[in-house]
Design a binder for this molecule. Sequence first.
Ligand code: FAD
Ligand code: NAP
Ligand code: SF4
Length: 671
Amino acid sequence: MSSYPALMAPLDLGFTTLRNRVIMGSMHTGLEDRAKNIDRLAAFYAERARGGVGLIVTGGFAPNRTGWLLPLGSTMVTHTQALRHRKVTRAVHAEGGKIVMQLLHAGRYSYWPLSVSASAIKSPINPFKPRALTERGVHQTIRDFARSAELAQEAGYDGVELMGGEGYFINQFLAPRTNKRTDKWGGSAENRRRIAVEIARATRAAVGSDFIIMFRLSMADLVEKGQTWDEIIALAQELEAVGVNILNTDIGWHEARVPTIVTSVPRAAFADFTARVAEEVAIPVCASNRINMPETAEHILTTTQVELISMARPMLADPDWVDKAAAGKADEINTCIACNQACLDHTFQNKTASCLVNPRACHETQLTLAPTRRTKTVAVVGAGPAGLAAATNLARRGHTVTLFEAEDRIGGQFEIARRIPGKEEFAETIRYYERQLELTGVDVKLGARASAEELSAGYDEVVIATGVTPRIPAIDGIDHPKALSYAELVRGGKPVGERVAVIGAGGIGVDISEFLTHESSPTMDLGEWMREWGVTYAPDAVGALTTPAPAPSPRTVFLLQRKETRIGKDLGKTTGWVHRAALRAKGVQELTGVAYERIDDAGLHITVDGKPRVLDVDNVVICAGQDSVRDLVAGLETAGVTHHVIGGADLASELDAKRAIKQGTELAATI
Ligand code: FAD
Ligand code: NAP
Ligand code: SF4
């Protein structure tokens, strides 16, 4: 019997059966937007179908050009497009999978000047103001959705998902926040939901009964003047009545000021909302958001009436997620750590999505790791993300690999990162690599600081992945007992007092501020998280919002940088605002344009705006960037050993684990 029987049980929809309960949720990868990328898109989905996913949902395709996400963005409006998509559906069906096309009208989130919405109200996250759709336009849009669904059927898709959440067009009609209409498409809740119901009804009429229609329902808008709980349930029931087969769920608008998918959101944070929807309808309801491991999914399926689990980013991270879970090998899953760094952050920069822990995602046809034809003996030095990616992929390709690590455990700087409150998921990546090292037979030498001499004999090639070391800035008194590096604080467990200054406000300075403003236990429970961000289950709450009440910080923290720019400016597009809001909530005092004078018994002496100031702090934590560790390079060059330098050892500036793992994987593909 499977370790996850509920998750692996087939689901009979009457006219078709899903092979298990795992839905790969919709993700816009960027490959959808260009016809030339159709083969890459097909390979991307086929690999997930081969890995056992029950049902795949594509990225969003607009039912007309006014609804596209950006000019020339993905649409499904012509027979030519339908014909092209047969490559995708054939590839997925050949692997035994099923796939539905998501139909997404962006409404006022469309990034172009001709966008439309329920009313002419600009979104705070888009410079373009939409025009209010005329009644004729409403009827045309309903027809457009139905027509796109027909084209998706012609393309061989098993169904469509109608995007009704995240603050997109349909959601804009549903909520009083964006719908101020006085005709039959606005005003009362019944009028506001009319377009959603009519789109579903027209779609069903167009495609017949044996075609999956999913509706992505916003369970909680998490914005002011969002929908109430009663309105959401009434919509769910009407959608069921007009022939929707599956209710997929969704949480929060893009403009919501509550995080919904970043790594600090507790796992399955919103499953209780979904469970309550599932009690009100007979059709299968699907839970989503921050579900990334099989035990979490199984727990939801066995303790609630929810019947399906949607995971999107976890399928980028590991295309074989389902097969591994089915085989009881959850410890082999390459877990999505919800960092957004290579997926959503890429999407918002108009770059093709990928994955920090799996750089092959969306590059399946380009980054291949075929077995080697000539086995080599390779030494990899450093078991940080770069070295781990290189060592495991080299061994997987058939090379004989020895991995040297100076510390007594693997992980490198990531071992520090995973101890930051809200970054607990990072431990999963270390667990994944630990298991992969075993499976691929890498000879791991811990507590072994490799020397150039040792590496100069017995290896065909050497990979230097020795990473970085914290930079110690030249400030008077830097060796005062009050001063310590972030590594000494987090990894070394050095105690600090109640008033602390943090020098350097890059990604690590921000993380250290979070570390210092939380109690010693790093894991935040769901209740605490909901209080911190002001989310409530109260049925009468509009948009599921209440007043935030974060737990007070145990310390007074000053976060400093020399630049005049806003603190955290260079953090990820989809995560930076969450870090900034969290620091504000904890009362972290931010100072920019700072000159550091000295550290002494009185504290940290600084100058700001030409005025001297003393921060009477107990400790000063140094987060002033890092320097590459390259001490092996010269020796190997002298010895004439073929070597490669990757990750932080290659370049410390603008280093992150995304680059480290990508460099390690790409190098492993070429040796
Ligand atoms: P490292 O991680 O530095 O690993 C190098 C390894 O080599 C070390 O284990 C070291 O002991 C070993 N070594 C050195 N010399 C020798 C030798 N001679 N012999 C044997 N072993 C040796 N990145 C992100 O992408 N996203 C984040 O959210 C993020 N958050 C972070 C939060 C914190 C608090 C920290 C500290 C880092 C964070 N990072 C994050 C950065 C990320 O961890 C680094 O970019 C990444 O670890 C660099 O990988 P690397 O393999 O190049 O080097
Ligand atoms: P960083 O982003 O380069 O920040 C270093 C900070 O130190 C800056 O604020 C810099 O600002 C300051 N600084 C640099 N030299 C200094 C000096 N000599 N004296 C005093 N201050 C100095 O590096 P990091 O914070 O160490 O992070 C390392 C990498 O890890 C980052 O590149 C990042 O990609 C990754 N990371 C990512 C995340 C994430 O959430 N995505 C989180 C953590 C880390 P001033 O020069 O203005 O003072
Ligand atoms: Fe998950 Fe990060 Fe990969 Fe995105 S980049 S899929 S959030 S691990």
